[in-house]
Design a protein around this ligand. Structure first.
Ligand code: ATP
Length: 446
């Protein structure tokens, strides 16, 4: 690694430069701040080690100038014993670390290597965040129904705002996914997204998990601990299954939203935070409010406009695209496809576990069948039974809503006709314009 060493003490630069070279660094030396800046402008160095006290431009001024040119260079200051205050201030201004004279060769190399490592980790972290941002983008969601289009439209508008967001929907409908897309498309995207799954943490620990505690505040609190709200400062906290929050915590959460501050358990010192709250639940929160099990004031504070993700059974037109995406993810090198008959079965199933259940079933089919064309017989037993249960209900004379039957017949005909409307109309024995009218009625026209 190329290093620039800046110090007006000629003897010290000789020693340091020898030590650095021995450790594998290629070193350029400048004996004044001015000369150091000139060298840096000529050939950008990834590492600068500079004294603070120098006659013309001092180390802090040099740091400020170099930061204007390159925010990325690692900058380590050398301070005389007693000028640590200055070095600390320099770190606040963007220096990576400082060495206090006199220091050994080991201290020199250790400080540099530590700064290089932190730097590398910070860069990797940034890259990972960018990758996550690209991954959790609204464009990567399968959205092929008017209902989901509306969800994404509202969610992307909310992402641009700083309001709290409440996401409602059955289990497995994509609440987590929408929460991540909102965070990674908001101004907070470079700050943490911290997820707390409320029911998975025992009640007595949840408060400490959210707000932290100080040592000895309760049995088991063996050291001070920061809570998720502190860790999420500047970013977003995602409170999953918020409907399960007990009343004391609901009150504390309300205070965080209203006053933007809270206290750790066992401490009286308020901690200020800037956190956006995204919460989600598969429970009927409005009903919980009516039953006095969830605070009404908190409900309104958590949500300007709740995002309601429809269950998969109400957007079956998305199933083919979801399956396509899943097959590509599961077996990117194979061209697995699913027959219209099997697809039709999958589109008439009621999906209590929504997209997650669909994912499980497709994975099962791919793994267990080992085939490239998946047909009805590859469907799991449970699903075939459920389909035949529907048929049995029908055969036994049970009445299914006409609207549901009509929509299913149109969907099935369109699949069998590979989307060709004239052919689907022929299968249904209705004129094409009637089919188009009905497709509009059932939101099936893309
Ligand atoms: N529109 C979509 N496009 C692509 N994948 C989706 C979509 N909706 C859901 N998924 C996938 O379905 C699975 C379940 O989604 P997710 O975990 O977000 O659901 P959830 O509503 O948060 O579930 P739970 O209530 O159980 O926490 C995930 O693997 C997610 O990637």
């Amino acid at each position: 690694m190329k290093a620039l060493l800046v110090d007006d003490d000629i003897n010290l630069t000789k020693v340091l430069s020898y030590q650095l070279k021995q450790s594998g660094y290629s070193v350029s030396v400048a004996h004044s701040g001015k000369e150091g800046l000139k060298l840096f402008k000529e050939q950008i160095f990834p590492l600068v080690i500079s004294d603070i006290q120098m006659p013309d431009i001092n180390g802090i001024q040099l740091l400020e100038e170099i930061r204007k040119i390159d925010r990325d260079a690692i900058f380590i200051l050398i301070t005389a014993f007693g000028s640590i205050d200055q070095a600390v201030r320099a770190c606040e201004l963007g220096a990576d670390d400082y060495l206090t004279k006199p220091f050994s060769r080991e201290q020199l190399i250790f400080t540099i290597e530590k700064a290089v490592k932190i730097h590398r980790l910070e860069n990797e972290n940034l890259l990972l965040k960018q990758e996550l941002g690209q991954h959790f983008n609204f464009d990567n969601l399968i959205v092929q129904s008017p209902a989901m289009e509306k969800v994404v439209q509202v969610a992307s508008r909310l992402a641009q705002s700083d309001s709290n967001v409440l996401i409602l929907g059955e289990s497995g409908t994509g609440k987590n996914l929408i929460a991540k897309a909102i965070h990674y498309n908001s101004r907070r995207k470079d700050k943490p997204l911290i997820t707390v799954n409320c029911p998975s943490i025992p009640d007595q620990l949840l408060e400490s998990e959210l707000f932290g505690h100080v040592k000895g505040s309760y049995t088991g609190a063996i050291s001070d601990r920061r809570g998720k709200f502190e860790l999420a400062d500047g970013g977003t906290i995602f409170l999953d299954e918020i409907g399960d929050l007990k009343p004391e915590l609901q009150a504390k959460l309300l205070r965080v939203i209203q006053e933007k501050e809270f206290e750790r358990i066992g401490e009286n010192k308020p901690i200020k935070v800037d956190v956006r709250i995204i919460s989600a639940t598969n429970r009927d929160l409005k009903k919980l409010v009516e039953e006095n099990r969830f605070r009404e004031d908190l409900y309104y504070r958590l949500s300007v406009v709740p995002i309601v993700i429809p269950p998969l059974r109400e957007r079956t037109e998305e199933i083919p695209a979801l399956i396509d995406m899943m097959l590509k993810k599961l077996a990117p090198d194979r061209k697995i496809r699913i027959t219209p008959r099997a697809l039709s079965r999958l589109q008439t199933y009621h999906w209590p576990g929504n997209v997650r259940e669909l994912e499980n079933i497709i994975e099962q089919m791919v793994v267990l069948s080992g085939k490239d064309v998946l047909d009805e017989e590859d469907l799991p037993e449970s699903l075939r039974q459920s389909a035949s249960a529907d048929a049995e209900r029908w055969d036994s004379g049970e009445i299914l809503p006409l609207r549901q039957l009509e929509k299913q017949a149109i969907e099935r005909a369109l699949q069998m006709a590979d989307g060709n409307q004239s052919q689907a109309a022929r299968l249904l024995e209705i004129p094409r314009h009637v089919l188009i009218y009905k497709m509009k009625k059932f939101d099936l026209l893309k």
